[in-house]
Every structure is written in structure tokens, then in C-alpha cells.
Design a protein around this ligand. Structure first.
Ligand SMILES: Cc1cc2nc3c(=O)[nH]c(=O)nc-3n(C[C@H](O)[C@H](O)[C@H](O)COP(=O)(O)OP(=O)(O)OC[C@H]3O[C@@H](n4cnc5c(N)ncnc54)[C@H](O)[C@@H]3O)c2cc1C
Length: 652
């Protein structure tokens, strides 16, 4: 049974992916991955090889195999047993930055501005590519070149960009207001493609694709369908929901009710901040369980958890049904997540590059190391082929050293009086040391207590509490999108499936990159999964999800991807065996920064110092950046925190 279904799904197909079972090369002659190169190469610098080009690798990407072994061994207390004596490179820098994401790259940018541009800077990153979450996936299907975003999707934020963050965007030349020149908003609607919901037989008794009447989880789709009465009517006629559930949904929309009439607006908000939206729907509004199932995964794109772990107050901010009759004062309530507070000015500041914010990372790298990213304009960066050999050139004032995990950061002497910091990093099975006047840790906060043991205990605790949100961002290159056209879908919300969202790529053409206009042309389909475990506190869900993502094989993920696309698009003639050209799973067990949640973080409701404020305190010559330092999973926060960290080490 399993075998014949696998054949139908095309699991036997020789596309560029599963030859790397869970990322490990399984077949002779398969192209080598950078970590294999690192181990096998006689040269200790695989990045200088002309074949070294991570954006074009498919299979398991994101936190790819080989990128986390040193850090995990450090966590488990086994690293130093087998590490051997570190080798001193003799290199001395003004600044060593740990983490080559947007925060680390921005820190280099700000430091150079603050110190007159001559500073010698080393950036270390454990991945084979720079950009952190802002990664790019490239595909070639027949003669077509296609781009996808491997993580950070767009310039967007729940609140307006700060002057500092906007300043960086402008210095890079990015003209955010010109977005409408590059995106073709009419392409899909004019071809009759709409937002749909896939009901699956395991959750709802039958596989059925139905026109979406409203639910959208934010993030990857620009679909702005609103719950018009006509759409809702059509949805209720088609949806495989229990009759009682249909009546309940209609009631939520059409009979607004104040469930706490005796309370003031503030009292109501305080109550709603302490119950989940799932409880609100079940226990307060008393709806049929099908409605809870329909909404359960809706916030995955925003928070990486379902409505069991999102407060009813936040659901009110997101305009989810059932709360409109509560007579709440429109001002944001205490403990609301910034993501749930509507802000028109912020909503207008949106830009999606075909590779997401990888273009921001690449523009930053171009500014820091011009030889590494050819080209001149902010738009031509989209097609520029990075020269990885130039990233760590000995004559360059700024160097980016990939495949290098910082394993120890310490002052040489006591933190108050030391003149230097020493950083040890693992690379290709060896440990090296480098020195600098200062260091900025722009890496994930949960890692810092293991690499910087001299920090105060209270600070290490605060750093460790920054649980990352585990996510999969999957890109599937298809030979054509005729099946999407036939089923009339451009994006699909799938509350019961492995990936909760399936979206055709946003049609953006710029800088010489052309988006496929015809359904017969190859396209990239983006799929999003939050690895959560409903019913538990958010941090626990994230910890379990992280383990799940590290232990699930690529083969299992691929089977789920093929099965989901086949069931979603089957009626449109989609054949996974024939139509899938390549699969890249961007696995992010350490994904979004953890954002405080009124259901689980009492300090968020009560006020006072937050863990991220404790976590980001400077210590001697070491400052701390990353989006984690602001507990907000956005690019502007990564930049803001870099700016603060640089100010801290340059102020004396
Ligand atoms: C899937 C996904 C989608 C997102 N979409 C958006 C979006 O659309 N818009 C938006 O504004 N934000 C988005 N974000 C949030 C994103 O995290 C931020 O926008 C921003 O890119 C974070 O940058 P950063 O430098 O703070 O962290 P990161 O990008 O995580 O960079 C930190 C780097 O430090 C490295 N590191 C960790 N430990 C070590 C070590 N010991 N040694 C060396 N290196 C180390 C990490 O591997 C990583 O490369 C998204 C995040 C994810 C995961």
C-alpha cells in the first residue's frame, strides 16, 4: 500500500533533494554539500571553491545538517572533551560579530559608520550561507531561473520602522513605496485565482477545496479577502462543516454579542487577555468544535502556535469572529501582542523581494565587501551571483567566515578591565581562536549562555528563556501552475494538513528577474508549517516542535509535501510524480524570536523589566544584539538591536 502510494506521489523520482536523506549524502556521485566538502576537502576553505554556491542547494536547508553539531555538543557538555587544543590564528580585529544574520550584518554597518569606515571586522556564522533567517533559494527548471525565500519574507512590521531601521533601508537604496511598480497584483485575480481553504478528510471527514471567506494568518499572502456576506454564504453552502457549526459561524458574524455585559471595557480586556481564543470560542461563545478546528492553525504564520495559545484579546486585535459585540474601547489592551494591534502606517511599509529579505542581507554584504556581490543598484541585487570566495579574503577590512560556530567568547582578564576579547570557533572539525577589542553577539540568545559563561547568572537565565519558534518554510519548484489555475486557487489555508499554508509565489519582477506570467511556466510554491503541540504553554510547544523538526527525516517531510499538493490540486490535474521539479525545505528549529504572550508571561501583563531587557545588557567589551534582544521577530527589530549594541561598545 505504502509503496504504491509512494510511486503515485513520485517518491522514486530523481529530483535534487532526497539523495540527501535528512541532508546526508546517500548516493555515490551526488553533488557534495558544503559540510562534506569541509570534511573531505584538502583545503580548509571550501568557500573558495568555484562550486561553492549554497543558494542553489536543495533538500534540507535552513538549519542544515552540519550547521548545529558543534553548538549542540556544547549544550550537551561534550564539545570540549573531543575538541582538542584551539589553534591561535593570530588574527586581531576591532570587532568580532557572532551571527551573520541581518542583526550581525547591520552591526558591522553601524560600527563602520561610528568608527570612520576603517575598522577591521570579522563576522562568524555557523551556516554555509550568510543572512541568518534571511536566506535565498534558487531553482533552475528547464531553462527557467526561479527564486524563493528561505526564511524572512518581506519588509513589514506591526509598528512603523524606527528612524534607525528605516535609515538602513534607505541607505541601501531600497525604495519601499515603489513596490507597486514591481508586483503584479492583478495576475492571479484576473486569471480567476482566489484564496481557498482545504478541508481534509482526517479532520473534517472529506478532502474538499472551498473558497476562503476570511481566515488568513498574516505573513505570506497579500490576499486581502474580507468576510463579505456573499462570500460567507457561499462558503457555508460548500464547507464540509456540521450544520450546527455553520449556524454558529453565522451567529459569530451576524449576531454580535457582549458576553461580559457587567464588566467595563478594561475589565473585559483583562479577562480576554487571560483566556485563549480557543477557550473563548468553546466555553464563552459556545460554538461547535468544527469552528475551533477551522481556526486552530490560523495564527501559525504569525506566532507558530494555534488558537489554544493565542489570547482572546489578541484574537480581537486580529479581527477574528465573535468579539465584535463586546463593546471594547478600540485602544490596545494591556498585554496585547504588537502583531495584533492594527497600524495603518506600518501596513503601508511593505516590500517583498523575490528572495525575501535575503536581498537586504545581500545589499548589506555588498556594502561591507563590495567584491562579494556584483552590481550597482538595489534592484540588480536580485539576480547578482554572490562570490563566496571573496567573503573572507585576507586583505579585506570586513570578513565573513561561514561554517564557523563560535564556541567560547571571553574577556582576556576580568571583564571590567580587559583590553581584549577572545573568541574560539569550531570549523571543519578544528577549533581556532581570534581576538578583538570588542565582540557583539548577534546570534540566537539561547546559545549565548553556552558560549559566554562569564555572564551573570540572571542574564544567562533571561537569555535562555528566549525560546525560538520552530518553523518549516518549504519551497517546491513546479514545472507549471496549470493545476492552480484549474482549481482557481492562488493560496490555500489547510487547517488539518502538514503545512498550514500553501501559496503561489508573489508575482514580483525586478532587476532583470522575471516572474512567470503564464500558467504553463515553472513556478515556486511556498508552504509553511509551524511545529507546535497544542494544549501546552507556548514555550513548551516550541521546545517540542524544535525536537520534532530536528528528528523528522527529509523523506517524511517530502512524502507529506507530495501528499498535500496531490490532495489540494488533484482536481486540477496535478501529478506530483510529473509536476514537482525540486524541493527545498528550509528547516528553522530556531525560527522566530519568542514574542511575549499574555497567556503565559505574567510579567507582560503586570509590567516591569522584561527578560529581553535583562538579556541584552552589555558586559565589559561584549554587547548583545539579534531580534531576540527586542523579543520581536522582525527585521526592523534586528536592526534596532544592532544599533543599540554598537552604541554600547563605541560610547566610551
Ligand atoms: C521562517 C521565518 C520567516 C520570517 N519572516 C519575516 C518577515 O517576513 N519579515 C520580518 O521582518 N521578519 C521575519 N522573520 C524574523 C527574522 O528572524 C528577522 O527579520 C531577522 O531576519 C532576524 O535577524 P537576526 O540577525 O536577528 O537573527 P538571525 O537571522 O537568526 O541570525 C542569527 C545568526 O546567528 C547564527 N548563530 C547562532 N549561534 C551561533 C554561533 N554560536 N556561532 C556563529 N553563528 C551563530 C545563526 O545561525 C544565524 O545565522 C522571519 C523569521 C523566520 C525564521
Amino acid at each position: 500500500m505504502h509503496d504504491s502510494r509512494d510511486r503515485e506521489l513520485g517518491m522514486h523520482r530523481n529530483i535534487t533533494r532526497r539523495d540527501f536523506l535528512n541532508g546526508v549524502a546517500m548516493t555515490a556521485g551526488a553533488a557534495m554539500m558544503p559540510w562534506d566538502l569541509l570534511a573531505a576537502s584538502k583545503s580548509a576553505d571550501p568557500e573558495t571553491s568555484s562550486n561553492y554556491y549554497p543558494p542553489a542547494l536543495t533538500g534540507m536547508r535552513g538549519s542544515h545538517p552540519g550547521s548545529f553539531d558543534a553548538a549542540h555538543s556544547l549544550r550537551d557538555g561534550t564539545f570540549w572533551e573531543s575538541a582538542g587544543k584551539p589553534e591561535d590564528t593570530g588574527e586581531v580585529y576591532d570587532l568580532i560579530i557572532v551571527g551573520g544574520g541581518i542583526s550581525g550584518l547591520s552591526a558591522a554597518h553601524f560600527y563602520r559608520k561610528a568608527t570612520g569606515g576603517k575598522a577591521r571586522i570579522l563576522i562568524l556564522d555557523n551556516h554555509d550561507d550568510f543572512g541568518g533567517h534571511a536566506k535565498r533559494n534558487e531553482f533552475r527548471v528547464n531553462n527557467a531561473f526561479r527564486l524563493g525565500f528561505g526564511g524572512t519574507f518581506s519588509i513589514e512590521s506591526p509598528a512603523p520602522y524606527s528612524a534607525v531601521a528605516k535609515g538602513v533601508i534607505e541607505e541601501l537604496g531600497i525604495d519601499v513605496p515603489s513596490y507597486s511598480k514591481y508586483v503584479n497584483k492583478h495576475l492571479y485575480p484576473s486569471a480567476g485565482l482566489r484564496s481557498k481553504i482545504l478541508f481534509d478528510k482526517e479532520t473534517f471527514g472529506v478532502d474538499k477545496l472551498v473558497l476562503n471567506y476570511h481566515p488568513r494568518g498574516g505573513g505570506e499572502s497579500e490576499d486581502s479577502a474580507s468576510a463579505s456576506p456573499e462570500l460567507l454564504k457561499q462558503f457555508l453552502a460548500d464547507a464540509p462543516l456540521a450544520d450546527q457549526a455553520k449556524r454558529d459561524l453565522l451567529r459569530l458574524y451576524q449576531e454580535p454579542k457582549d458576553y461580559y455585559p457587567a464588566l467595563t471595557s478594561d475589565e473585559k480586556k483583562a479577562k480576554l487577555a487571560r483566556i485563549s481564543y480557543a477557550s473563548f470560542l468553546k466555553d464563552v461563545a459556545g460554538v461547535h468544535e468544527d469552528i475551533v478546528k477551522l481556526y486552530q492553525t490560523l495564527p501559525h504564520g504569525l506566532f507558530g502556535v494555534g488558537i489554544d495559545a493565542v489570547s482572546a484579546q489578541d484574537a480581537w486585535g486580529l479581527d477574528l469572529p465573535g468579539l465584535n459585540g463586546m463593546k471594547l474601547d478600540p485602544a490596545p489592551g494591556k498585554g496585547m501582542n504588537r502583531d495584533c494591534i492594527p497600524n495603518e502606517e506600518a501596513e503601508k511599509f511593505f516590500f517583498h523581494f523575490p528572495d525575501g529579505n535575503a536581498s537586504i542581507a545581500r545589499l548589506l554584504v555588498r556594502q561591507l565587501i563590495p567584491e562579494a556581490i556584483p552590481g550597482k543598484s538595489w534592484t540588480d541585487v536580485v539576480v547578482a551571483k554572490a562570490n563566496y570566495a571573496k567573503l573572507d579574503a585576507s586583505g579585506s577590512p570586513v570578513r565573513i567566515r561561514l561554517n564557523s560556530t563560535a564556541v567560547r567568547v571571553k574577556h582576556l582578564g576580568d571583564a571590567a578591565n580587559a583590553k581584549e576579547v577572545e573568541v574560539a570557533y569550531a570549523r571543519g572539525g578544528k577549533v581556532y581562536t581570534v581576538k578583538a577589542k570588542n565582540s557583539i553577539l548577534a546570534c540566537w540568545h539561547v546559545v549565548i549562555p553556552y558560549i559566554c559563561e562569564e555572564l551573570p547568572e540572571k542574564q544567562k537565565e533571561a537569555l535562555a528563556s528566549a525560546q525560538k519558534v520552530p518553523l518549516l518554510y518549504t519551497n517546491v519548484a513546479l514545472r507549471n501552475w496549470t493545476s492552480f489555475q484549474k482549481v482557481g486557487a492562488s493560496s490555500v489555508y489547510a487547517p488539518g494538513m502538514y503545512h498550514s499554508y500553501v501559496n503561489l509565489d508573489l508575482p514580483v519582477s525586478m532587476g532583470g528577474y522575471e516572474f512567470p506570467r503564464k500558467p504553463e511556466e515553472p513556478i515556486v510554491v511556498h508552504m509553511m508549517k509551524a511545529a507546535c503541540h497544542p494544549g501546552r504553554p507556548a514555550r513548551e510547544q516550541h521546545a517540542m516542535g524544535r525536537m520534532e523538526l530536528y528528528t523528522t527525516t527529509f523523506e517524511t517531510m517530502e512524502r507529506n509535501i507530495r501528499d498535500q499538493l496531490a490532495r489540494t490540486l488533484g482536481a486540477g490535474g496535478f501529478d506530483p510524480d510529473r509536476d514537482i521539479a525540486a524541493i527545498t525545505v528550509n528547516r528553522w528549529p530556531h525560527g522566530y524570536a519568542y514574542e511575549y504572550n499574555s497567556l503565559f508571561d505574567s510579567f507582560w501583563l503586570e509590567g516591569g523589566e522584561t527578560p529581553c531587557e535583562v538579556a541584552r545588557k552589555p558586559f565589559g567589551r561584549i554587547a548583545i544584539a539579534n531580534a531576540d534582544a527586542g523579543a520581536y521577530a522582525y527585521t526592523d527589530e534586528a536592526i534596532n538591536q544592532a544599533y543599540r549594541a554598537v552604541a554600547e561598545i563605541t560610547k566610551s
